[in-house]
Each structure stands twice: as C-alpha cells, then as structure tokens.
Ligand binder design. Structure first.
Ligand code: ATP
Ligand code: MG
Length: 209
C-alpha cells in the first residue's frame, strides 16, 4: 500500500504568482523524488473543465448563488475524479486555487454568504494538508497583470477597492486557519519566492527540499 500523498493548495490574488510558484514547487518536489500531480481550479477533471468554460467564458452573467454552486460542482468533481485518486496512489497534489478562492472572491469580494461557502467546503470531505497564501500588494498584483499583457478579466475590471477586499479576504482566511495555511510574502523575484515556499513545505510537511 503506497503512502498516501499530500495535498498542497496555492492561493492568492490575480498576479500574485500562483501558477508560476505551483510549477516551481512541483519541480522541487519532483526533484526530491516525489511523484507530483499539478492541477488547477476551476477545472482539473473533464467535468470540471467544462464547468470552467461556463464560469469563465464571459458571455454568461451568473447569479451569485449559481456561481458559488457551479464552483463547488466543479470542485466536487475535481476532488473525486482527480485529487483523491492521486493522493490514494501516493502522489503529491499541488493545486493552483481551491475552496479558499471561492470564499475570498465570491464571499469577501462579491458578498456571497460565507457560512454557506464554509459548509460547502466541509461537504467536500477533503481539506488541504497545507495552503500557501501568496501575498502581494495591490500595486504589485496590478503591475504583474499589466506586464503579462492579458486583457483585463471581470475581476480586474472591478477595480482597486475590489482588489483590496480580495487581499484582506486572503489574510482573513489565513488568520482563521493558521494551522492549515501559511501567509507567504510573494514580493521579489520568482526564485526568491520559490525558496520561501520550499522552506515552508519542508518545515510543515517534513520533506527535504
Ligand atoms: N515573483 C515575480 N516577480 C515578477 N513577476 C512575476 C513573479 N511571479 C510571477 N510573475 C509574472 O507575473 C505574471 C502573473 O504571474 P502568475 O500567472 O504566476 O500569477 P497567478 O497568481 O497565477 O495569476 P492568475 O490569478 O491571473 O492566474 C506572469 O506574467 C508571471 O510571469
Ligand atoms: Mg494563474
């Protein structure tokens, strides 16, 4: 029976560097001899990827409760079809965004009921072993997005006060669950941030990186 793997999620605002750091962390874990499955939300299973298209296409305006439920429908499928099987096979799972993103964007950002989101999170029956919350200033976040050159999506069009709520929301998530989460300073160059992540993963999950 293989040793069950560990489940690590990476959270933070747009442009915080989640996708960049998920890749670098997965590389470091693989270099340490672990089998790593990287995945992302919304999406990560065939059904959830279809729902991702419905959520992010931009040509549909969902009501807020429907948006919350679609995120959790996608997440439930992702957990059952991708994450649980990988963990059961002894793989480490590194996931770019998970339930905390729904709590922060739909809850803190858009005003959806946070108790409902917490209850839906509990319904999944699987929590991350470790959540790395990447923290950058709103200026850094916006500067990185501008440098990336992608057209502004819905959240970016919501403007600076929304970004401030998102940053505060992620800090609140960390403060509510410090045993699961670690708030990481994600300013500075990608290699320096990656070293901070490796140190936290090594300390919290007992792996030499
Ligand atoms: N530490 C860093 N310093 C400077 N630029 C960075 C850093 N990390 C990432 N970037 C760049 O900033 C942009 C956003 O990074 P990335 O896509 O990793 O962020 P993200 O958190 O995944 O964003 P999103 O929420 O939009 O998916 C990319 O162009 C990336 O190359
Ligand atoms: Mg990303």
């Amino acid at each position: 029976m293989p040793r069950p793997g560990r489940f690590v999620t990476i959270e933070g605002a747009e442009g915080a560097g989640k996708s960049t750091q998920a890749r670098l962390l997965a590389d470091a874990l693989a270099a340490a001899g672990l089998t790593v499955r990287t995945t992302r939300e919304p999406g990560g299973s065939p059904g959830a990827e279809r729902l991702r298209g419905l959520l992010l296409s931009g040509d549909l305006e969902w009501s807020l409760p429907a948006e919350v439920l679609l995120h959790f429908a996608a997440r439930a499928d992702h957990v059952e079809k991708t994450i649980r099987p990988a963990l059961a096979a002894g793989q480490w799972v590194v996931c770019d965004r998970f339930s905390d993103s729904t709590m922060v964007y739909q809850g803190y950002g858009l005003g959806a009921n946070r108790e409902t989101i917490a209850a839906l999170t509990a319904m999944l029956g699987l929590a991350p072993d470790l959540t790395l919350v990447l923290d950058v200033s709103v200026e850094t976040s916006l500067a990185r997005l501008t440098a990336r050159g992608v057209p502004p999506d819905r959240y970016e069009r919501l403007g600076r006060p929304f970004f401030e709520r998102i940053r505060a929301g992620f800090r609140a998530v960390f403060e509510a669950a410090p045993q699961r989460c670690m708030l990481i300073d994600a300013e500075g160059d990608p290699a320096a941030v990656a070293a901070r992540l490796r140190a936290v993963v090594a300390e919290r999950l007992g792996v030499a990186l």
